[in-house]
Design a protein around this ligand. Structure first.
Ligand SMILES: [Zn+2]
Length: 130
């Protein structure tokens, strides 16, 4: 008797349980149910952000200046380019999927800007908070 191989066991379990179409369809339905349940909740207030108001020095670029006025700035493309989208099995869910994708891209954008500001503060204004 050989010791169980966790990777092989996991692969076997996935192919046995998750790769079947009826399981994939059920997971899809559960995901949609979660999505719809979330939609029925009152919206949460937007989280606090360290992003200052941007300037738009030229087409396609948003510039975020240091809130302390030291002259530093971070440029971010306003269009990060196309994203890879896999169309949903049910075309009626395309709108929800596009909304989720847009929200994810917006959060990623905000995270990049906040990270740039945090790095700048760590290097130039240690001890201060944006
Ligand atoms: Zn600064």
């Amino acid at each position: 008797m050989t010791a169980p191989d966790p990777d092989k066991d996991l692969d076997a379990w996935i192919s046995e349980h998750l790769a079947r179409p009826e399981v994939a369809a059920r997971m899809h339905d559960e995901l949609l149910a979660t999505l719809h349940a979330d939609r029925n909740q009152p919206p949460e207030p937007p989280p606090a952000t360290t992003m200052p108001m941007p300037e738009f020095p030229r087409f396609g670029v948003a510039r975020y200046r240091c809130p302390r006025g030291c002259g530093w700035s971070h440029d971010e493309p306003t269009d990060p380019g196309p994203s890879a989208l896999i169309p949903p099995a049910d075309p009626r869910e395309l709108g929800a999927m596009l909304t989720l994708n847009a929200e994810a891209r917006s959060l990623a954008y905000q995270a990049r800007v906040e990270a740039a500001i945090a790095r700048h503060y760590a290097e130039t204004h240690p001890g201060a908070s944006p």
